[in-house]
Ligand binder design. Sequence first.
Ligand SMILES: Cc1ncc(COP(=O)(O)O)c(C=O)c1O
Length: 416
Amino acid sequence: MTYDVEQIRRDFPILERKVRGRPLVYLDNAATTQKPRQVIDALVHYYEHYNANIHRGLHTLAEEATAAYEGARVKAGRFINAAAPEQEIIFTRNTTESLNLVANAWGRKFLEPGDEILFTAMEHHSNLVPWQMIALETGAKVRYIEIDDDGRLIGDDVRAKINERTKVVAITQMSNVLGTINPVREIAELAHRAGAIVVVDGAQSVPHMPVDVRELGCDFLAFSSHKMLGPTGVGVLYGTREALDAMDPFLGGGEMIKRVTYERSTYADLPNKFEAGTPNIADVIAFGAAIDYLEALGMEAVREHEIAITQYAIDRLSAMDGVKVYGPREAADKGGAVTFNYRDIHPHDLSQVLDQYAVAIRAGHHCAQPLMRRLDAVATARASFYLYNRHDEVDALIEGIRASDRIFGNVVRAGA
Ligand SMILES: Cc1ncc(COP(=O)(O)O)c(C=O)c1O
């Protein structure tokens, strides 16, 4: 069930790039992934051959563009095994907008003072701040599930905090910092028994492992095209028909209406009700090409490849004196993000040294400031892998870290 990584890499023009005379080692995939030629071509092909506004036009180009756009919707729905892709997939700008859509459209209608919104200690700001905002507006209260020192949710805390006041359980399926994969299905069962809806942040999980919304039993799932080989500017909100039907529109304008008078309007059926205005047609279509690419490889194979390279990275980093790795140590329990600190070298400094070696990683709080405090870290370094990464790129990372020790180690310790 594996694939030929060398052959895959040839599809990604950017991977031929040199940085400071060395071959690029791109290990910042949790932030955004690189794009294969097939996706870039789909974008160019659209603009060169059938650029037109969708839905409204009756000419050939408009019909072709509409068919391709709606085709991408069906592909996205099938990719996560939605029961009704034509209605249950809403295109947004990104995961952040998808989560804001739910928080606003569902939250404003159904949350009341005293209701509880439960998220986890490892949420990205985009599955945390929108809930805080809607809680302020509605009088609901936010709570969070604690994690243990390995970066896993504490089961007792899950059971203790889901209760009859819980109305929303908002949970990431895969942490962008720790890589932890959360037991969403079990949590969704508990949440539903308590009468809460389940909103899943799939920004890191959907690109890296098979995800089946019906098996998870979630009400909503959000993810971004740009983290799964597709263009920026496209997000997906999956919602069950029942959940989406119950919500009022988030934005008003063209495309989302049935009938408009000066006094009032009626709204379009799903999914148009939530897609006001001209959408990001070209990028949605190219996102469809990204899904085709992933499906041709097979998500099981992608996951298998990432487990192997992630375990190699964890093992090599853990074997280094002075490296602290955060999160689960077994790659089979986590995604391809490995977060660490090295001695007392600030991750920003480390990242800059690594850049001298053409190794791109991320350093900072990773949009998870509360989690950083829980980990007792000001910031961390993160190497994150994808389907085109090779083991020798992990070796380049290790070499770069060693070099940073030579450059900074003495200075930092002398000043300490
Ligand atoms: C877990 C998680 N949630 C949400 C987001 C936000 O995604 P976007 O910036 O595409 O909206 C990210 C991006 O890093 C993420 O890793």
